[in-house]
Write a protein that binds this ligand. Structure first.
Ligand SMILES: [Zn+2]
Length: 479
């Protein structure tokens, strides 16, 4: 406790604020640009690392940062198995289209050739299997289309290797609590080229239609053209120079859609947040409105979540010792139940300065027009690129043993409201309950519904807040 108080006193002395620079920075943040950036990214496709839409996103970002006058590099990361899907269709014999169908990642093509049409897809009688987990494939499954409400994951391997394996599996998320009603939760099969049974997610409502079709023994036809290949993701890194050498900050986000779906919130929102921070800093710097930062700021968009941030660490070598802090964005585009902004990993001791600075910015601006109402730091949860820089003890990957401050800034995580006990000593002043935190979530998490219309267009204030909170903290940390 005494040590913590000492730190607070030191912080106030070291990081004096520059109110006019802070005002200019906050005023320059453009909600319209943030929204447009998300639209431009989502229009390219799911942007998975190593895929054609991922390469297009990297080219867009390279051009964007270069136009800002930043030194921009594009790195070719080590290859990994990538998947992308060109087109697919699921129809009933009646001609009715199962519009919500979305293939799971690593589902192999089910057309006879690249040029095949949907009519050359596979057709079979649908059968409903209430729980794939407790079912054993019977001869009835062979040549059929299995519809199942619920999870496919753990039982998939047994079904795919069975002699009685079906032509395809269609699966809908359960509607309890109510979500994925007319949009589709998207999953992924094991990362290999020869998964024997393609899987399509469908919405809850289309699941009801399929159950009726199965009862009426209406034939279902499925087609899919997909690619599963070893490919290299591309990571774009742009640098705003500092006055002094020897240290730098890293502002980053994963550029691929987490699910293989549109990924507007997860994570075009995070990429747009990086883009807007880079724009505001470089334009204000050029006009002399804000001082040149003490240390350089690197803006990075990872080609593939974790894979590319780990590759960055491997490439950096001894240079990584100069990394003063990682500010990562993941899901800054929506929130289901709260109007909160979160700063993660306050349980990491060497994050204290970074997170206290973010917290002081949050406290200073809370409730003002154009800012947040609710804010908090929170303990480590794992699952995004700041954890490539942290040890396993804090949900990290242990890729480096250096004690690099690393946080993720976000407005939603996961698919449900999560209860989290606050780290002792970090009781939150910006939430209704200082100790029992409610972590907001996305209704459209990892789904076909993660579109700009449902997330970033509906609540663009989230990205604005992330750009402001992080930039203002950097102004205080790095002047
Ligand atoms: Zn993500």
């Amino acid at each position: 406790m005494i040590a913590a108080l000492c730190c607070l006193v030191v912080l106030q002395v070291v990081f004096s604020n520059n109110p006019s620079a802070e005002q200019a920075y906050a005023d320059a943040v453009s909600e319209a640009k943030l929204r447009q950036d998300v639209h431009d990214l989502v229009a390219l496709g799911p942007r998975m690392g190593g895929t054609p839409s991922g390469d297009k996103a990297a080219a867009l970002l390279e051009q964007y940062f270069t136009r800002l006058g930043l030194k921009t590099e594009v790195f070719t990361d080590p290859p990994k198995l990538a998947h992308w899907e060109d087109r697919w269709q699921v129809t009933l014999a009646s001609g009715e289209l199962i519009e919500s169908a979305w293939p799971y990642g690593f589902s192999a093509s089910i057309l006879p050739s690249q040029g095949g049409s949907h009519e050359n897809g596979r057709a079979g009688p649908p059968i409903t299997v209430q729980s794939l987990a407790s079912a054993t494939p019977t001869p009835e499954w062979k040549g059929a289309i299995v519809y199942t409400p619920g999870e496919v994951g753990r039982t998939y391997a047994a079904v795919a290797s069975s002699d009685n394996r079906p032509l395809a599996i269609l699966t809908s998320a359960p509607n309890d609590p109510p979500r994925y009603l007319d949009w589709t939760r998207i999953g992924e099969l094991p990362a290999k080229v020869d998964n024997a049974v393609p899987v399509f997610g469908v919405s809850y409502l289309d699941g009801r239609t399929l159950a009726v079709a199965a009862a009426a023994k209406t034939t279902v036809r499925v087609s899919l053209t997909s690619h599963i290949e070893q490919r290299s993701p591309r990571t774009v890194v742009a640098t705003l120079p500092g006055r002094e050498p020897g240290k730098y900050y890293l502002v980053c986000a994963h550029g691929d859609s987490d699910s293989g779906g549109p990924g507007a919130d997860d994570n075009a929102s995070g990429v747009a947040t990086v883009m807007e921070m880079a724009r505001v800093f470089s334009e204000l710097r050029r006009s002399g409105t804000v001082p040149q930062p003490r240390y350089a700021i690197q803006f990075a968009v990872w080609g593939s979540e974790y894979h590319s941030s780990k590759a960055y660490i491997d490439r950096a070598g001894a240079k990584l010792r100069e990394l003063a802090g990682v500010l990562n964005f993941d899901e800054t585009g929506t929130g289901a139940e709260r109007e909160a902004i979160y700063f993660e990993s306050n349980d990491v001791p060497w994050n204290a300065t970074l997170l206290k600075t973010l917290e002081s910015v949050a406290s200073d601006y809370a409730g003002k027009p154009g800012f947040w109402t609710e804010y908090t730091t929170n303990p480590s949860q794992g699952g995004t690129d700041s954890y490539a820089f942290l040890p396993e003890k804090y949900h990290g990957t242990g890729t480096t043993t250096l004690e690099i401050p690393a946080t993720t800034i976000y407005t939603a995580a996961w698919d449900h409201l999560a209860d989290l006990k606050q780290t002792p000593g970090w009781e939150s002043k910006g939430t209704p309950d200082p100790v029992n935190l409610k972590i907001d979530y996305s209704l459209y998490y990892h789904s076909s519904g993660d579109t700009p219309e449902n997330t970033t267009d509906r609540e663009p204030q989230n990205m604005v807040r992330a750009v402001k909170a992080t930039g203002l903290a950097l102004l205080r940390l790095n002047q």
